[in-house]
Design a protein around this ligand. Structure first.
Ligand SMILES: Nc1ncnc2c1ncn2[C@@H]1O[C@H](COP(=O)(O)OP(=O)(O)O)[C@@H](O)[C@H]1O
Ligand SMILES: [Mg+2]
Length: 501
């Protein structure tokens, strides 16, 4: 049995080989894409490199299920082994319950494949007891839980393992999350107490964050400091992230599991497919690569409107649904959105420091792109004001480092995870409406305070619910079991007014 990759999921593929008494020729049937059709030539050369006979009759390779489009070269190995068995060079019984995965080089080397982890997992689910995977994918396939995985670097090794049980190497799992996820250190950010605090709360609760302010006020700088304060991935999350990255062909061959929380920052000129996923064969986009991490959209209003609309849907669903060849494909995309925006195209509207050069109409249009449903799904809105030069310049009091802040974030996340495990959730940002009341557990004073804020600031119901989630996170940062008036007041204040107002 072999595997194919559909989106970020592996799918088992049954490889059947028939040899019939016709003119020598190899046919691959069952919706193979170009790379799979070319398999015949690679397989023929690889078998010849072993000095084994290639059948000089007609060989038909059938790939099932027939309705599934098969792409990638990972079927080379099962096809080669199938042909050797059909030709009598291997005992067919030796293949029972064995899954095979790998591209073949002409000289018989086994090459790594994309999405190896996802395919190994799929073969395990399909009932394979053993899976032979390329040595090049060792680090990644070592992670597959509950499946006997063996590594092969050449077709010759696979053949002797299947013939006389010569042992194949086992992959060794390595999972050692880095203490701190690199990136830009918060200690280098001067001032900006308000925005730093918002960044910490966003990291702690997995909340979306919008930073608005004039050019040069430090929005990009602040957003870039986020990866350094996010907690490392736990093992389960790391598996999910590794699977997606592997499917996108972005996994470094020597890097084991991805342990750093993803931080993706696509440019506003990125294509729809690049952002959301798609292409042929369909692969994950930036939103999926940001799964379990953060997606940073700098200059948010510069992204085109259809992309922003689609993004809203992704935030709602926690993934992207693509239609491909009559099948629905699901690409997971649960990420924290961090966005930065200037108040207008020139950037200086109501900045208080320079005159804005934009028309009222243009400003309204720019703002409108950012209004409504998308913004409604971003929990924290923060106005960022430039730090005065004398404060920037001062070699003043050293700021807290990312590592310190990360410590508080990790503690807050552990408290949330313990409380939300029952609901199958990890962060306060994910709490659904139905569970909000009991999960947040606000004191009567906190409730009264929120009610007053709703009246005074004319908050929508959705904004009030966001404030509840954020208040829960603020209380979790200090380990308060109930949400009191203080965290509630801070949460309400993190619904930013326009900069300069
Ligand atoms: N609070 C700050 N601390 C240290 N450097 C700052 C700060 N604010 C701005 N800077 C400097 O100004 C530059 C521009 O900031 P940036 O984050 O790109 O602004 P924005 O994205 O809001 O236009 C930064 O690269 C950094 O050198
Ligand atoms: Mg910027």
């Amino acid at each position: 049995m072999g595997g194919a990759l559909v989106g970020v999921d592996g799918v088992p593929v049954e490889v059947e080989v028939r040899i019939s008494s016709q003119l020598p020729k190899v046919d691959v049937v069952g919706l193979p894409e170009a790379a799979v059709r070319e398999s015949a030539a690679r397989v023929r050369a690889a078998i010849a490199s072993l000095g084994l006979p290639f059948p000089d009759r007609r060989v038909t390779v059938n790939l099932a299920p027939a309705g599934l489009r098969k792409s990638g070269a990972g079927l080379d190995l099962p096809i080669a082994v199938g042909i050797l068995a059909a030709a009598g060079s291997l005992e067919p019984e030796a293949l029972a319950g064995v899954g095979l995965l790998g591209e073949l080089a002409l000289d018989g080397r086994v090459r790594g494949v994309r999405g190896a982890l996802a395919q190994v997992l799929a073969l395990g689910e399909a009932g394979c007891r053993h899976v032979v995977a390329p040595s090049e994918n060792a680090a990644e396939v070592a992670l597959a839980p509950g499946i006997e995985v063996r590594l092969a670097a050449t077709l010759a090794e696979v053949v002797s393992a299947l013939r006389d049980g010569t042992p194949l190497e086992r992959p060794v799992a390595a999972f050692s999350p880095p203490a701190c996820a690199g990136g830009f250190d918060l200690a280098l950010v001067r001032g900006q107490e308000h925005a730093r605090r918002a960044l910490e709360i966003a990291a702690a609760g997995g909340h979306g964050l919008l930073l608005r302010g004039a050019p040069g006020s430090g929005k990009t700088l602040l957003a870039r400091a986020l990866p350094g304060i996010l907690p490392p991935l736990d093992f389960e999350e790391a598996l999910e992230v590794t699977r997606i990255r592997s499917a996108a062909g972005l996994l470094a061959p020597d890097a084991p599991l991805v342990c750093e929380r993803p931080f993706r920052a696509p440019h506003h000129s990125a294509s729809r497919a690049g952002l959301l996923g798609g292409g042929n064969p369909p692969g994950p986009g930036e939103v999926s690569l940001a799964h379990r991490g953060a997606l940073f959209l700098d200059e948010l209003p510069e992204f085109d409107r259809p992309s922003l609309e689609a993004l809203r849907q992704v935030l709602e669903d926690g993934g992207v649904s693509l239609a491909r060849a009559g099948r629905r494909l699901w690409l997971p995309a649960r990420f924290q959105l961090v966005a930065a925006a200037n108040p207008c195209p020139c950037g200086w509207y109501r900045s208080g420091s320079r005159d804005c050069r934009c028309d009222e109409g243009v400003i309204a249009h720019y703002g409108a792109k950012l209004s409504g449903p998308l913004l409604d799904r971003i929990d924290l809105h923060v106005a960022v004001r430039p730090v005065a030069w004398r404060d920037l310049d001062a070699s003043s009091a050293a700021r807290e480092s990312s590592a310190r802040v990360q410590g508080r974030v990790v503690a807050a996340r552990e408290r949330q995870a313990a409380r939300l495990a029952r609901l199958g959730l990890r962060t306060n940002a994910e709490i659904p409406l139905a569970a909000l009341e009991e999960s947040v557990d606000a004191t009567p004073e906190a409730r009264a305070l929120l009610a007053r804020a709703v009246d005074r600031l004319a908050l929508s119901a959705r904004a009030a619910h966001r404030a509840l989630r954020v208040a829960r996170t603020i209380a979790d940062l200090v380990g308060e079991p109930r949400v009191g008036a203080e965290p509630m007041a801070e949460a309400a204040s993190l619904r930013a007014a326009e900069p300069g107002r």
